[in-house]
Design a protein around this ligand. Structure first.
Ligand SMILES: O=c1ccn([C@H]2C[C@H](O)[C@@H](COP(=O)(O)OP(=O)(O)OP(=O)(O)O)O2)c(=O)[nH]1
Length: 163
């Protein structure tokens, strides 16, 4: 994963959005945390992994990947809020869970842990937990980077359309 490139793209997009909505002087940290929690819920919904009461199939892979990279946007954006973009060592991993259901719950925990500490250690644990979730969903680093780049572009277009 080319973190430097992704952080740079995210920085530009965030700057564009914050300027357009005149939010440069606002603290957006907690709103971004809530946005990430909501995106994670939307992602879980598309996978239907917890819906033991239903036989409907999960959404198309593309839809799930798009939801996944919405989360990547907000994770990077939170990293930028904490000035972690110079950090280059994201190698390593957090012990992941075996089932999707457990891993979703684990990522929710990691988001809250990072929200409370704002420490780089907890940010990295969140990144690793989120990537393990991507792994369980069958996404490679290349899938994620390409889908991130596509959605980043869509986000500019939406801002242009007065979204
Ligand atoms: O400061 C920001 C704010 C938003 N985004 C991105 C993240 C995500 O990729 C998108 C917001 O998610 P989505 O496209 O699902 O927006 P929505 O308003 O929830 O869409 P919809 O109303 O279609 O559900 O905007 C950023 O990157 N930085």
């Amino acid at each position: 994963m080319n973190y430097k490139k992704l952080f740079a793209m995210q920085k530009e997009l965030d700057h564009h959005i914050e300027t357009k909505h005149q939010l440069q002087n606002e603290n957006l940290f907690d709103r971004k945390v809530l946005a990430l929690l909501v995106e994670l819920g939307e992602l879980a919904n598309e996978t239907r992994c917890f819906k033991f009461w239903s036989l409907k199939p999960l959404s198309a892979r593309e839809t799930i990947l798009e939801e996944f990279v919405d989360g990547v946007h907000f994770i990077l954006s939170l990293g930028l809020e904490c000035a972690f973009e110079q950090e280059s060592d994201f190698i390593g991993h957090t012990n992941g869970k075996q089932s999707l259901n457990e891993q979703f719950l684990f990522v929710f925990e990691k988001i809250n842990q990072f929200r409370n500490s704002k420490e780089i250690k907890d940010f990295k644990e969140l990144v690793h937990a989120y990537l393990h979730l991507g792994d369980l969903l069958g996404f490679t680093a290349e899938d994620i980077e390409n889908a991130y780049i596509d959605k980043n572009e869509v986000n500019y277009e939406r801002q242009q359309q007065g979204y």
